[in-house]
Structure formats: structure tokens, C-alpha cells
Design a protein around this ligand. Structure first.
Ligand SMILES: Nc1nc2c(c(=O)[nH]1)N[C@H]1C(S)=C(S)[C@@H](COP(=O)(O)O)O[C@H]1N2
Ligand SMILES: [Mo]
Length: 169
């Protein structure tokens, strides 16, 4: 009886470990970690989080957005990953994103907005990586030029630069 119980427990542990491994199975970063996503995501690579280096972000579907914004003169071309593509990759299922910058500035963004608006987590500006002093390495970019209704204070405050962490709630 005791042996049977132990065998059952071992089997359970094995199955549990197997499940955890299967879910938390994204590739590991090999370069500097520039972004950590945590919270309501099914795909991960470290504990319950997903840590990205630049190469991992660039391996996701790429999008370009040409837009003006309050911080630039003229039209700038940004390249990055659409928030909805990032959330799809991570099998996220929350409703709100809490986006935190290197300086701990934080903004909330509704997941619903990422479906209706082409919001990009940009890693390049006019073809170049963005240093921290130029709003890099990651900048939340709205298509202000294509959609003038976005040019409101509310959206400017969601235009987080120096993004370091996203919590899916
Ligand atoms: N990293 C970071 N991003 C940020 C902020 C910040 O303090 N840090 N402020 C936000 C707010 S509240 C607004 S209105 C705009 C402000 O841009 P400005 O400081 O150039 O006016 O950027 C947003 N993005
Ligand atoms: Mo603001």
C-alpha cells in the first residue's frame, strides 16, 4: 500500500514537472535582458516570467509605423513588435497591461486597445537601435499621424519610453 502511494506520488510529481516544463518552454535569452513580461501569460522562460533579449524581440513579427509625436520633429519611422503580436506569442489572457520604465514611471494600457490600435513596442527609430538617452531600448509608439484622435494627453502618458517590464493583469 505504502509503495503504491509512493509510486502514485512520484508519478504525480513527474507529470507536474512535465507540465510546467511544457508550458514554460520559451527559448532563453543569451544577450542582455531588456524586457521582462510577467503576470497572466501562459508562455514563459524563467519562473513564471518571460525575459527577452533584443534578438528574441526581433524574432517576433516586425511592424513599422511612420508617425509624428510630441517628442520628435517631423515623421519618424519606428520598428518593433505590435503589442497584440507580443501578447499572442505569450498566450496572454489579461485585460490590462502595466508598463514600467527604467525610472519606474508606470502607465496602464487596456489590452482591448492593443486589438483596435496598432500600438508598437518599438526597438528601432529610423533604422537604428535607441539608446537609453534617446527613449530606448524600448518605446511604446502610437500611430498618431494615421489616427489624429490619438493625440490626447491620455495617450501621450501611455507613450512610455525606456520600457523595462510589462505586467499582464
Ligand atoms: N519613461 C517615461 N515615459 C514617459 C513618462 C516618464 O516620466 N517616463 N511620462 C509620460 C507622460 S505622463 C507624458 S504626458 C509624456 C510626457 O512627455 P514629455 O515629458 O516629453 O512632455 O510621456 C510619458 N512617457
Ligand atoms: Mo503626462
Amino acid at each position: 500500500m505504502k509503495t503504491l502511494l509512493m509510486a502514485a506520488m512520484m508519478l504525480f510529481q513527474f507529470a507536474w514537472a512535465g507540465t510546467a516544463f511544457a508550458i514554460c518552454s520559451l527559448p532563453q535569452p543569451t544577450g542582455n535582458v531588456i524586457l521582462t513580461v510577467e503576470g497572466q501569460i501562459r508562455k514563459c522562460n524563467s519562473g513564471l516570467e518571460t525575459r527577452f533579449d533584443m534578438a528574441m524581440l526581433e524574432a517576433l513579427p516586425k511592424t513599422q509605423v511612420k508617425t509624428q509625436n510630441p517628442w520628435e520633429q517631423g515623421v519618424v519611422t519606428y520598428e518593433g513588435v505590435l503589442f497584440r503580436d507580443l501578447l499572442h506569442y505569450l498566450e496572454a489572457n489579461g485585460t490590462v497591461l502595466s508598463i514600467t520604465a527604467l525610472n519606474d514611471f508606470r502607465a496602464s494600457l487596456d489590452v482591448a486597445d492593443t486589438r483596435t490600435i496598432d500600438i508598437v513596442l518599438a526597438y528601432k527609430r529610423n533604422g537604428e537601435y535607441m539608446p537609453v538617452r534617446e527613449k530606448g531600448p524600448l518605446f511604446v509608439v502610437f500611430p498618431f499621424t494615421d489616427n489624429p484622435a490619438l493625440s490626447v494627453e491620455y495617450r501621450f502618458a501611455q507613450s512610455v519610453w525606456q520600457v523595462a517590464r510589462i505586467t499582464v493583469k
